[in-house]
Design a protein around this ligand. Structure first.
Ligand SMILES: *Cc1c(COP(=O)(O)O)cnc(C)c1O
Length: 449
């Protein structure tokens, strides 16, 4: 069905929630931080209004500075798989803090978190903790280059890997391209070490290996690309990447900063039944504290300093408070049935919304896997960045405003995915659904056309 014009939608919008205090805080913040924020998407640039300043969270709820309460599907962009203020995670943090904040020396907590992960994840043998997903990816890239003694990295258009210089690169035109920097401050010579190709395109991968024979250190791909829509790749394509990297002496890096511990304890690697050479983690691993990690076989990890010659370090790496939060969170994910329950809850939620939209004939599709979902104003199947229609984002913008006005908080961009946590109860999902139905009716102008 054709979509109504934005001007006509705006004549039927619902009354806005009060944003007085958030707006005042944002004005102040603009004097302190570039764009008023410490990470760009938070600035609400692609939706209506200015950012909501969050005061507290509990379970699946957050409250903003004006006292508005929301059911939260952003969940800090993924880390909070158990919801906000999980009592066990909190207890672990408080217990660790009693002993001090940081030592810059090894602690038993690092062993405990590593043991919890390695004994339940057969995809890696050794791990190194860092402080963010970006740092994990940056280190994995260096490791791949050091190990293979090659420089070029092959990445996919539509995958985000943090703000690593050589990966802040977008596709140029043509099937296989040298990257073009997508950020000022990244030298073109760095971008030239990155080859960018479309997702879900075997020919492009083959062409890249022909064109840059014996130069490609690694292919990096998100476990499930989930930072530019949710671009679920076929199992066959992922296995093809495993095979072609092996044949060419290149490594396969799975960036599981979102999907690690999310699709299951062993992440997308287990979901696809594939064995990547290096895997990066972040988000969930730290229970809401700043932790990232990368892991690989003992042989590959043996190249990391001080065992090997690839340097990587961190003053706050393996921070005891953060390790303890990670232990508190990951140990709960290992309880039998944890993922099954989260998955079936999400599947029910998503399919009810899809059914509603289909019955009304709305051009709206939810892409979903595990407890991830992506609301897209389309009726097409989307597997590549190029297949996303940028003009559909104006409908997301209205949808976002209507959801906020009905007490639903999702990431402020139509390219971002949403997260269901274990703290979202059936009753809360029911009320979220109702708000989503009403918001869709506004976007598609039901009864107003
Ligand atoms: C979030 C994310 C990153 C970056 O992690 P930060 O902790 O924000 O630095 C890298 N890769 C993927 C796939 C991510 O989702």
């Amino acid at each position: 069905m054709s979509k109504p014009s934005i001007a006509s939608i705006n004549t039927v919008k619902s009354p806005d929630i009060s944003r007085e205090k958030s707006s005042a805080l944002y004005e102040t913040a603009k004097g302190y931080f570039p764009g008023g924020v410490n990470s760009p998407v938070r600035a609400f640039k692609s939706v209506f209004g200015s950012p909501l300043f969050i005061e507290k969270g509990d379970g699946c709820f957050v409250w903003d500075a004006d006292g508005n309460k929301f059911i939260d599907f952003c969940c800090s962009w993924g880390p909070l798989i158990l919801g906000h203020n999980n009592p066990v995670v909190k207890e672990h943090v408080l217990k660790a803090i009693d002993n001090g904040m940081s030592f810059g020396a090894p602690t038993a907590l690092e062993n405990d978190l590593a043991s919890l992960i390695l004994s339940n994840n057969k995809k890696i043998e050794k791990i190194r903790f860092v402080s963010s997903g970006t740092e994990a990816v940056m280190s994995a890239i260096r490791l791949a280059r050091g190990y293979t003694k090659r420089d070029k990295i092959l990445k996919f258009d539509g995958c985000y890997h943090g703000h690593v210089d050589s990966l802040l690169v977008k596709a140029g035109s043509g099937l296989v391209t040298f990257g073009e920097t997508s950020s000022a401050g990244v030298p073109q010579s760095f971008a030239e070490e990155t080859v960018v190709i479309p997702l879900n395109d075997k020919d492009a991968v083959r062409a890249a290996f022909e064109q840059f024979k014996d130069q490609i250190a690694a292919i990096i791909i998100e476990g499930i690309p989930a930072n530019n829509g949710l671009l679920i790749q076929d199992k066959d394509f992922v296995h093809f990447l495993r095979d072609i990297t092996k044949e060419n002496g290149s490594l396969l890096i799975f960036d599981e900063v979102i999907t690690g511990f999310r699709l299951g304890f062993e992440g997308a690697a287990a979901y696809y039944d594939v064995n990547p050479d290096i895997i990066t983690y972040g988000k969930i691993i730290g229970g809401g504290m700043p932790v990232g990690a990368y892991g690989a076989s003992a042989e590959i990890m043996g190249n990391i300093s001080p065992e090997g010659s690839v340097y990587q370090a961190g003053t706050l790496s393996g921070n005891p408070v953060a390790m303890s939060a990670g232990i508190g969170q990951l140990s709960q994910l290992l309880k039998p049935g944890f993922y099954e329950e989260l998955l079936s809850k999400t599947a029910g939620f998503v399919s009810d919304i899809q059914e509603f939209a289909d019955q009304r004939g709305y051009a709206f599709k939810i892409f979903t896997i595990g407890s991830l979902f992506w609301f897209a104003f389309t009726d097409k199947d989307i597997k590549t960045a190029a297949a996303i229609d940028a003009s559909s984002m104006q409908y997301f913008k209205v949808f976002h405003r209507e959801l906020l006005n009905r007490g639903i908080y999702i990431g402020p961009s139509g390219y971002e995915v949403g997260f269901v946590s274990a703290a979202h109860s059936q009753a809360e999902l029911e009320s979220a659904k109702k708000a989503i139905f009403d918001s869709l009716d506004i976007v598609f102008l039901k009864d107003h056309a």
